[in-house]
Design a protein around this ligand. Structure first.
Ligand code: SAM
Length: 243
């Protein structure tokens, strides 16, 4: 695997990503607002709008981290529904759980430490799976997508919210300059952790662009796939269904 600045093997990537999120967990929410100028909230709101989620649904918020999406889904699905916030990283789950409990979001929300590549849930279980800013950190993305397909109910929907490829050359240049020069510095100043934010910038550049990710989704069985670019393609929301 080429991280741009460092060649690592698969196991190393798993450990490296674990260290990154362990290290950023406590400051994750504040950094998210700072780095995206709060725009991540709009990207997430659009994701909820596209989710088709209804009271009584079973939702998996995968790589759910500090639980922004899970919290919203918990309110929508109500008492008859169920939301699982799953994440590979114990530190992120702990920060998320504390935050949501403090906000009084309890009852239908469960926390599971799990790897997206091998989901510990039954076949055909969820009405909706979301993975927001998580897939690019997963080592074997096709394996993870296949695992999501397996646990989704027929008729169920997958939404992948992720950084993608800016559609204009100019925006791409500005964005590269921002993510490679400004982000690591912000990480250094605010979270005393420039290296983790350097990784985040690298992982964004390595992630498959819009069409390639859509093809990967099709290859594992997703149908009626499509995507919407947001903020000039800096972020894209991919959709796919299991029938
Ligand atoms: N979804 C949240 C959000 O949008 O704010 C958190 C996104 S955070 C950038 C990425 C999350 O992916 C981290 O919490 C990390 O622990 C998790 N993650 C990384 N690799 C994973 C894997 N293989 N399986 C499950 N979660 C993973």
């Amino acid at each position: 695997i080429d991280f741009g600045y460092k060649q690592v093997d698969k196991n190393e990537k798993v450990n490296f990503v674990a260290d990154v999120f362990h290290s950023v967990a406590a400051k994750y929410d504040v950094m998210n607002d700072l780095m995206s100028f709060g725009i991540h909230r709009l990207w997430k709101r659009y994701t909820i709008d596209c989710s088709g989620v209804k009271p009584g649904h079973r939702v998996l918020d995968l790589a759910g981290g500090t639980g922004d999406l899970a919290a919203k889904f918990s309110r929508i699905v109500g008492k008859q529904g169920q939301v699982i916030l799953a994440d590979i990283n114990h530190s992120m789950l702990t920060v998320g759980k504390e935050k949501l409990i403090n906000k009084g979001i309890v009852g239908n929300l469960h926390y599971v430490q799990a790897n997206a590549e091998a989901l510990p849930f039954p076949d055909n279980h969820f009405d909706l799976i979301t993975i927001a800013f998580g897939l690019r950190n997963v080592t074997d993305k096709s394996k993870a997508l296949a695992s999501m397909y397996r646990v989704l109910k027929p008729g169920g929907r997958l939404l992948v919210l992720e950084f993608s490829k800016p559609t204009s050359e100019t925006l791409s240049k500005v964005y590269d300059a921002y993510s490679f020069h400004v982000l690591p510095k912000m990480g250094e100043w605010v979270a005393q952790d420039g290296d983790s934010y350097q990784y985040l910038a690298e992982s964004i550049r390595m992630h498959p662009p819009q069409e390639e990710l859509e093809d990967m989704m099709k290859q594992v069985g997703f149908e009626q796939t499509s995507y919407t670019n947001m903020t000039g393609g800096i972020v894209a929301l991919h959709r796919g269904f299991k029938f």
